[in-house]
Write a protein that binds this ligand. Structure first.
Ligand code: NDP
Length: 501
């Protein structure tokens, strides 16, 4: 019997190529269906891709930035035209519900449209000189060819954020997507190819983290790395990049809290918690994984939450009625179930869920019941990232106690407070240790025109994707002095004389 499964290649120098490497499959996590096979790119192919990016750099950096931006706008138009098709691919390969699959693609459209404008802005500064007939200014310069390493949970949006900023900045890219979502990456690159980026400006290699990912970070021709993934992988990437002394942007894990004060609008709170905790089956880096509740409303919140979680419609995410799909892989499922077991062993109170869903269509995929635990503050479920549909609820005495609990983890990505009291809201904005704070909204829902990133172990390099800060990862500042006085003027030395004369 001949196989109908499509075989994909790697994209180097503007061409799809066959690889010498072995192949791996990508599957639908809801049904087990094989969606395509992809190469495990080899070391030689990595060298070839890095060389293609290096060779393309000189011409690309000289391409006027507005023109680089126009190509992103062309790509945004294609994404818009193909949004439904691509959204379905995201859902089929990664398992998020269809509305979120479409949202993943929309995020690429939004960001490409936003960052394309940087091609016409990319502002530097003009600064007064301390000497006459002399001008000082700053300009952004592209760092060179860059490596982009991405996870599976936003399989189009994260490659979109990274590549949009790199490309408009003038940096050719080598993209290494997660091995769980190579199909989304291939479809993403097909659009960039159709938009007409010159050969070598966009390259993509599928393959293992150890060969392609690690090799990319260590490669001498790659001048910056933008990485999103887990903390331990990020630490390794950071160390390798440090040995090479290159720029590195890191967006790592999270353990994001919502604080519910006793004056919170409960209906609004519940809507936010359900979306924050169980949207994308809890597999967003900004997912709400801790709910810290004021003691006065604790019992009421637990009852309401249990009720809502039990009513959540779990199923095949391609069905529009489904509210939560499967987790993304067998490995994810194993990890999440392991945490549920830890919760049981540490005597946390399981309020609902806590099982793999079985029977009928559930048997084909990686479905876990929406799970809520009541947890004490020093337990592992209160401190460690789970990255699945598991919410830990903690009781706080008052505002100060809630903030202390919120800040007690090693992560610092997103945070939120529900309150109608301005004093609590403003104090939370200042006191929560996180890159993002929401007021009366869940921890998820970033918009592309604002900086995105974390502190502590979530964002050790302090970079921010999206927003006006997006270019920082891929550019350095050059300071330029133009002396048109026609004589030697000495800063700090001749200035003294000028004041006295
Ligand atoms: P991983 O850290 O396992 O993988 C991320 C990427 O790194 C993948 O492409 C992976 O390749 C690659 N990789 C693996 N090993 C290496 C290596 N030694 N050197 C270089 N690259 C390597 O994360 P996941 O894909 O499992 O994503 C989930 C994690 O990502 C969560 O912890 C989540 O919090 C975090 N995340 C953070 C976000 C943020 O903005 N802060 C946003 C989204 C996710 P391969 O797949 O082949 O192993």
């Amino acid at each position: 019997m001949t196989s109908t499964v499509q075989e994909y290649g790697i994209f180097i120098g503007g061409k799809w190529q066959k690889s010498e490497g072995k192949r791996f499959e990508t599957r639908n996590p809801a049904t087990g269906e094989i969606l395509g096979t992809f190469p495990l790119a080899t070391k030689d192919e990595l060298n070839e891709a890095a060389r293609a990016a290096k060779d393309a750099f000189d011409k690309w950096r000289r391409t006027p930035a507005p023109r680089r931006g126009e190509l992103l706008l062309d790509a945004a138009r294609i994404f818009r035209r193909k949004k439904e098709e691509l959204g379905r691919i995201v859902t089929t390969e990664m398992g998020k519900v269809l509305a979120e699959g479409r949202g993943d693609v929309q995020e690429v459209i939004d960001f490409f449209e936003y960052v394309a404008g940087e091609g016409r802005r990319m502002f530097g500064e003009t600064v007064p000189s301390e000497l006459p007939n002399k001008m000082c200014l700053t300009v952004r310069m592209p760092v060179g060819p860059v490596g982009l390493i991405t996870p599976w949970n936003f399989p189009m949006a994260i490659p979109g954020w990274k590549s949009g900023a790199a490309l408009v900045a003038g940096c050719p890219i080598v993209l290494k997507p997660s091995s769980l979502t190579p199909l989304c990456a291939a479809k993403f690159v097909e659009v960039l190819d159709e938009a007409g980026f010159p050969p070598g400006v966009v390259n993509m290699l599928t393959g293992t983290g150890s060969v392609v990912g690690d090799g990319l970070v260590a490669h001498p021709d790659i001048r910056a790395i933008s990485f999103t993934g887990g903390v331990e992988t990020g630490r390794h990437v950071y160390e390798t990049a440090a040995r090479k002394m290159i720029k590195v942007g890191l967006e790592l894990g999270g353990k994001n809290p919502i604080i519910a004060m006793d004056d919170a609008d409960l209906e609004l709170l519940m809507d936010g918690v359900m979306f924050g905790a169980f949207g994308t089956a809890g597999q967003r880096c900004t997912a709400t994984s801790r709910l810290i509740v004021h003691q006065k409303i604790y019992d009421q919140v637990l009852d309401e939450l249990t009720d809502r979680a039990e009513k959540l419609r779990v199923g095949n995410p391609i069905d529009e009625r489904t509210e939560m799909g499967p987790v993304a892989s067998a490995e994810q499922e194993r990890k999440v179930l392991e945490y549920i077991e830890i919760g049981r062993k540490e005597a946390d109170t399981l309020l609902t869920g806590g099982t793999k869903l079985r029977g009928g269509a559930f048997d084909k995929g990686f479905f876990i019941a929406p799970t809520v635990f009541a947890v004490e503050r020093r337990k592992r479920l209160a401190l460690e990232e789970i990255f699945g549909p598991v919410l830990s609820v903690l009781k706080a005495k008052d505002f100060e106690d809630a903030v202390a609990i919120a800040n007690s983890v090693k992560y610092g990505l997103s945070s939120s407070i529900y309150t109608d009291d301005l004093r609590w809201a403003f104090r939370a904005m200042h006191e929560l240790e996180a890159g993002i704070t929401y007021v009366n909204a869940p921890t998820i829902g970033a918009e592309v025109q604002l900086p995105f990133g974390g502190i502590k172990e979530t964002g050790p390099t302090g970079t921010r994707e999206a927003g006006p800060t997006a270019l920082d990862e891929f550019t350095y500042w050059k300071t330029i002095y133009v002396d048109y006085s026609g004589r030697l003027q000495r800063a700090q030395i001749d200035t003294d004389r000028l004041v006295r004369e």
